[in-house]
Design a protein around this ligand. Structure first.
Ligand code: FES
Length: 94
């Protein structure tokens, strides 16, 4: 399976993950400072800032877009519980 490199800028750690891995499944193991609540696109606690590689992340669903809007997110923000890694990217907690 193809792999991608996901860098957590807040702790300067890069992990190699299978493409399609959701950020939520690797960030805690890596020790990154992303905070989770519901893990179901409901609370917005897991908002991240995409430092690089936005084009290498899964397209946000309509539900994620709606919650990002409600939380007044910027275009560089995503929800870590909803976002899958499809190529190299660098992120940090928002
Ligand atoms: S943890 Fe609640 S929206 Fe991601």
């Amino acid at each position: 399976m193809a792999k991608a490199k996901l860098t957590f800028a807040d702790i300067d750690v890069t992990v190699t993950v299978p493409m399609g891995t959701r950020i939520v499944t690797v960030s805690e193991k890596a020790g990154a400072g992303i905070v989770y609540g519901c893990r179901e696109n409901d609370c917005g606690e897991c908002m991240i800032e995409v430092v690089a590689g936005m084009e290498n992340l899964s397209t946000p669903s309509a539900l994620e877009k709606r919650l990002l809007q409600e939380k007044r997110a910027k275009p560089i923000n995503r929800l870590a519980c909803q976002t899958a890694v499809l190529g190299d990217a660098t992120i940090k907690p928002a």
